[in-house]
Design a protein around this ligand. Sequence first.
Ligand code: SF4
Ligand code: SF4
Length: 163
Amino acid sequence: MDRDILEQARSLLKDVTPMYRDCGRICGALCCQPDEAGKGGVFLFPGEETLVKGGWASVSRVENGPGPGLMLTCAGECEREKRPLGCMIFPLTPEVDGEGRVTMRFDARARPLCPLLRNGLMGLRRDFREAARQAMQLIASDPEGLAFLREWEAIERQYDFHL
Ligand code: SF4
Ligand code: SF4
C-alpha cells in the first residue's frame, strides 16, 4: 500500500495511548504476552514488515492472514516507534461499512484479557479513540489498505460470539 498513507496513519498514534498512564502496569501488559501454548503475535499492516529491521522481532507468513498474511512475534517488549499499528490501536479494532467508513469498537480478542473493557469505550482517552479511527480511515483510503481492513475484520469476528 501507499507508504505515505501508512506512515501518516502510524504517526497519528505515535504519542497517544488508551490511558494517560501506562495501561500495561494495570494488567502486566497481558496483550504483549504469549498464550499458554506459547503462541501469540500481531498481524502486520501491508508494508509494516520493515519495522522489524534490527532483528528485535520475527515475522512469519500465516495461512489465511489478512493482506500479505505476515505476523510479528516479539519478546514482549518494543520501542514505541517500531510498534505495529495492530498493537497501537488495541484494544480497539476497525469496523468498515459498505462505503468504506470506519468506526472503532472493542476487539473481541481483548475480552479475556484487557481490564480496560470494564469501563466501556468512554473509559478510553477520547484523543486515543479519535486518533485510532482517523488512522484506520486513512488506511481505508488506500485500496490495498481497505482490502486488508476487511480481511482483518473477518478474522477478528471469528472471535466474537453471542449467547
Ligand atoms: S491488555 Fe489492555 S490494559 Fe493491558 S496493556 Fe493491553 S491494552 Fe493495556
Ligand atoms: S510489538 Fe510491542 S506492543 Fe506489540 S505485542 Fe510486542 S511488545 Fe507488545
